[in-house]
Design a protein around this ligand. Structure first.
Ligand SMILES: [Fe+2]
Length: 335
């Protein structure tokens, strides 16, 4: 027998007039302390403006969907993401939540079907919308950082790394094209893990040499798959190919050293390690930012480009905004 239907809330402002959501929308009613869900708009109907206005008139801010329809709903939200980002009625916290949730949903699909050009196109589109969000919204940094999941799944790690990377790139003054290439590469950097035996990926015990060699192959396997889609820009392959290269030359797959590593690769390596350390893993608890940076500094000496590592520390402490030097004009000491 099926269990009770579970409902989850949606943001009213995310639902646009004259669109078809694709799943039923419900109103939550409370009658005699009993919560009930009443169908408000069927998933196949066009949402008319009077329906939305009616809800606004009654100050209803949330509609509900069945939990089983979440994927359909997220795909709908994905299609209107840019409108949501640019909608002043949606508060920034909610925008950050939606941006993050849409990305998780895309990444689940990417990992299920990494060879699909459609999934790559969705990834690129998300990066483009997220750049818009990050560049235009004051407070995007703190709200996005708060969204970052500290439970590890390959797809949440990919989203975390891309979000952190886009914020870091903004901090460093990257232009839109650079952010697009870098953010897409970060989102897709671990796609090759789909080609490695999950028993090895999820193994809690220490890996033996053969298993570690298999894990290392994820970099090139991922790059090969993405190349075959023909949809990934060449600059995005720097973070994909180089996120495990170490400044010392002790990384993989090519053992590149120092400035032979592209700046996207240097930054990707720092962000990848930082996210792994601040995320709960089967073999370690999630570290707070400072202890994670301390491990990177003390125990991984020589692994990272010093300049970018320093910038990354300053970026994390900055609230996402670079503190430009104030005017050099000297202020009078006394008036
Ligand atoms: Fe990786």
């Amino acid at each position: 027998m099926n269990g009770p239907v579970e409902y989850i809330p949606t943001t009213l402002n995310a639902i646009r007039v004259d669109t078809v959501v694709g799943c039923d929308l419900y109103l939550q009613n409370c009658v005699n302390n009993e919560v009930r869900y009443v169908l408000y708009c069927s998933g196949t109907s066009v949402v008319k403006s009077d329906k939305i206005e009616d809800l606004q008139k009654h100050q209803i801010k949330r509609l509900f969907i069945r939990k089983e329809d979440q994927k359909i709903y997220l795909k709908y939200i994905e299609s209107s993401l840019i409108h949501i980002i640019n909608d002043d009625r949606v508060d920034i916290k909610e925008k950050a939540y939606i941006v993050y949730d849409v990305a998780k949903n895309i990444m689940v699909d990417v990992f299920e079907d990494p060879r699909s050009g459609e999934q790559v196109a969705r990834s690129k589109n998300w990066v483009s919308n997220t750049i818009d969000f990050v560049m235009k919204s004051k407070g995007a940094y703190s709200n996005m950082i708060n969204m970052i999941s500290h439970d590890y799944y390959t797809y949440t790690h990919s989203v975390n790394v891309s979000v952190l990377g886009l914020l870091f790139a903004k901090y460093l003054g990257f232009d839109g094209n650079e952010m697009q290439a870098f953010g897409t590469g970060l989102l897709l950097h671990d796609v090759g893990k789909t080609q490695v035996d999950p028993d090895i990926i999820n193994k809690k015990e220490r890996l033996n040499d053969a298993e570690f060699a298999m894990i290392k192959m994820h970099v090139e396997l991922g790059a090969d798959i993405l190349k075959q889609t023909g949809c990934v820009d060449s600059a995005s392959f720097f973070p994909i190919m180089q996120h495990h290269e170490k400044y010392s030359g002790k990384g993989y797959p090519n053992g590149l050293k120092g400035d032979a590593i592209h700046k996207y690769g240097k930054m990707a390596c720092i962000i990848d390690v930082y996210d792994a350390l601040t995320t709960k893993r089967s073999y370690a608890d999630a570290r707070k930012p400072f202890p994670a940076l301390k491990i990177m500094n003390d125990e991984m000496t020589g692994s990272f480009d010093e300049k970018y590592f320093k910038d990354f520390i300053l970026f994390l402490g900055s609230g996402g905004e670079r503190q430009y030097q104030k005017s050099k004009k000297k202020f009078p000491m006394s008036v």
